[in-house]
Design a protein around this ligand. Sequence first.
Ligand SMILES: [Zn+2]
Length: 405
Amino acid sequence: MRPITWTTIAAALAVICLSSPVVGEMPKNQQKKYPPKDEIPNLKSPQMKKWMAEIDWSKVPKIPMSKANRPECPECPEDKKKIPKDSCWWTCGGCVAKDDVEKCPKAKSWGLTYDDGPSEDTPRLLKKLKASNATATFFIVGSRVLEYPELLKQQVREGHHLAIHTWSHQGMTSLSNEEVVAELKWAEQIIFDVTGLKTKYWRPPYGDVDNRVREIARQFGYKTVIWTKEWDSNDWQLPEKTITTKQVYRNFKWALSTLPKLKYGPITLEHDLFESDVNVAHALLDMGIAKGLDPMDIARCLSDDRPYQNSPVKKVDPPKKPALPQLPQSPPPQVAAKPVAAVEEEEAKAPPAAAPPKKVEDEVKPAADNGEIDAQGTKKLGAGIRVQWGASAVAVVVATAAFLL
Ligand SMILES: [Zn+2]
């Protein structure tokens, strides 16, 4: 047998390290179940057939696809006549649909959102959010979960809210109906497989959405989230060096200066894909909090207690029965008849026991408002008084008889 040398140990460690997946990466055999990273998924998969059948296509407007140099944002035609009528195309005219989310209803609420992750810089942001006691919505690019599934689990554990930002980050108005379906559903699928959560909110990459894309998302149960005008941090320009960090801070300071006039809370646009984004995210969070903003995820900013499509329906607590009044310890037998009679009178007034079933909304009313419960309580009270006071009367009669004898 050969002696174990340091060389042997080093060689063995090298083999182990090289064959191990990157920490947190999805095992290769599982990755094969999904489309490749940053690519529009294959449209011929069995899943696609099923997802396409879930949509009522007669309700999806027939708006022509926009032109784009994929995956870049489609360009808005200079000739406005070329914009399809009734398209409500956000990136081309800023049209907002009634159910688009672009602000928080309450002033000072801060809809904190980070797009395009997960990435190797996401953990630094999570640390900062934890230290600031803030939760955020992460608009996840589905195909990037292949590398960082563990980060998603950490985000959920730490109270953050997950939403989708499509599979491969394309301008959605430039995609065919099938491609829109694939981009939404594959992102939803991988998040569900990793966390068990079926997402309910989505943000179109570049905010590129029109009524065709909206309707497909809507039928899959999604709410479309854009961001508040003037509250785009423009941090996405940092890696391209088309903006400086100082300019990002200056823009954000200006937005913060408008806060006293705002009757709603802003939803900001930030990213967690690059180191530079995450660096400014730290400073912006401090700046916003210092100005009195309350950072929170989108579900909380909308007071949505079901942040996912498969969130459990909140149980309605059964109405509390009114507490029974304190009964006298040893009521004199001569007054026993009076309360029983009074109670019986109340019984006569009470509605019949077989009252029609209550509606759910009635059940959430405070117990004091619930006539049926009052009546039931009264009945129980009547029976209790009869038993207790009846027993006391017998005891007094027996005691008197014993004394006389
Ligand atoms: Zn994006």
